[in-house]
Design a protein around this ligand. Structure first.
Ligand SMILES: C[S@@+](CC[C@H](N)C(=O)[O-])C[C@H]1O[C@@H](n2cnc3c(N)ncnc32)[C@H](O)[C@@H]1O
Length: 419
């Protein structure tokens, strides 16, 4: 009798799991495509290949689908989506760069991975007020991996800044890298671009034949995506690890057994190619990440790979591909090295430091008239500044300032380094 009850219960649980699997198939049309790719690939793909499919598969990947929503209505908050003030404050830095470049008559601003275009909108609105001359010299190059994101950026720009028509070029990243010549007098800005690129997922192990395993994605007995450890064979990753752990960049020679780490070779490849597109100017790379020494610290045993849906961290990074955002922190040391010796990289600073330096709080303090006239807007701006500088939230995003063939002087965004 009790046996029957237990069997009944097990059957019920089976049904529940099967219903959940079905639900997943319906919600994530990319899942069946990935299963098929795994089957045709001999039953396994690397996690990096999985992440590339989940984020960038045409029209179904997280970043390549037509209807990506970032910010409050999406899965996670980025700084430009928080408030137009973010772009508005950065406009002050862009203007300083234009001045330091001797106010060139052609000044190229490049945005990498601009998402919905919110950064640019805020930045341009503010720049127009502070320096019409700078705006008159402006040429925009917007580069993204998805045509839908580029369309979103184009539509927003046409609506808000129709006067820039004819001075805006939109490019898919590979096309821009392959086809466009380097430009002079430029500023490049990228927020949360590099942490959205697919990573190799590795685990330090005790196995005698290899000290590191690579995590692959396979199908389990229920036809669901699952992890499997394999010996690391990828020569480029092996060379990257040798450089990482033998060069003294990191505190340990070899990560402790069981430690998970991510390696972002694509970020290095893009940085190496992107950096050659600028003859002289500045790059501002803003992202979650650390220098290698901190990123690969021995206490960070589970790595930094994370999955987000509806502003919640998800347990299983393989769930609902195309619907779940996947991200891993950036190795800023590797990025600086990839840019090559012609680029000088300054000390990493936090977004909180950058925005304080750009005058976020001073701006609010000077707005008593606005506060009386539009208290709702003033309070929203004040709340946004708090969110953007929160040391436990967006304020801990790191910013790397890089410069090539320009003066070495400290920039406005570096003027207030907090502890
Ligand atoms: C996290 S979003 C950040 C968007 C925007 N910068 C912001 O802060 O709101 C990542 C951006 O990088 C782009 N992206 C992701 N993977 C890419 C790839 N492989 N090549 C080029 N762009 C990519 C996405 O389309 C998106 O615009």
């Amino acid at each position: 009798m009790i046996e029957d009850e237990i069997l009944d219960e097990l059957e019920f649980l089976d049904d529940l799991v099967a219903a959940d699997d079905l639900n997943q198939d319906l919600k994530a049309p990319l899942l069946e495509i990935i299963r098929e790719i795994i089957r045709t690939n001999g039953g396994s793909i690397s996690f990096k290949e999985f992440m590339a499919l989940a984020l960038n598969y045409p029209d179904l990947g997280y970043y390549s689908k037509p209807d990506l929503k970032l910010g409050a209505d999406g899965d996670f908050e980025t700084s430009p989506e928080t408030h137009p003030m973010y772009g508005g404050l950065w406009a002050r830095q862009v203007l300083e760069c234009w001045n330091l470049l001797d106010s060139p008559s052609i000044f190229t601003f490049i945005e990498l991975g601009g998402g919905s275009g919110s950064f640019l909108l805020g930045m341009l609105a503010s720049l127009k007020r502070s320096s019409p001359d700078c705006v008159n010299s402006l040429r925009l190059i917007l580069v993204d991996g998805s045509k839908h994101r580029l369309n979103q950026q184009r539509e927003k720009l046409e609506l808000a800044h129709p006067d820039l028509d004819g001075r805006v070029d939109l490019w898919l990243l590979d096309d821009w890298l392959d086809k466009q010549p380097p430009v002079e007098n430029s500023v490049l800005f990228a927020n949360e671009f590099f942490d959205a690129l697919p990573v190799h997922l590795l685990e330090a192990s005790d196995e005698p034949q290899s000290i590191v395993s690579e995590l692959h994605v396979v199908l389990d007995e229920r036809n669901q995506l699952a992890f499997r450890r394999s010996i690391l064979m990828d020569q480029a990753v092996i060379e990257h690890l040798e450089q990482l752990f033998l060069s003294g960049d990191t505190p340990t020679r070899v990560p402790i057994s069981g430690t998970q780490i991510e390696v972002n070779l694509l970020a290095c490849e893009f940085m190496s190619r992107v950096s050659k597109k600028i003859v002289n100017g500045y790059m501002f790379i803003s992202d979650y990440g650390y220098e290698a020494f901190d990123l690969y610290a021995s206490w960070r045993k589970s790595g930094t790979l994370m999955a987000f849906r509806g502003h919640n961290v998800q347990q299983n990074v393989l769930d609902l591909p195309g619907i779940t955002d996947l991200t891993a922190h950036v190795n800023f040391t590797a990025l600086a090295r990839a840019a090559g010796v012609s680029w000088v990289s300054d000390e990493l600073i936090s977004q909180a430091e950058v925005l304080v330096s750009l005058g976020a709080f001073r701006l609010l303090d000077s707005q008593s008239g606005w506060a009386r006239r539009r208290p709702d807007r003033f309070l929203a701006a004040r709340k946004a500044v708090e969110t953007l500088t929160d040391p436990n939230g967006l304020g801990r995003v790191r910013v790397r300032v890089m410069r090539r063939s320009v003066s070495a002087e400290r920039l406005l965004c570096q003027s207030e380094v907090l502890v």
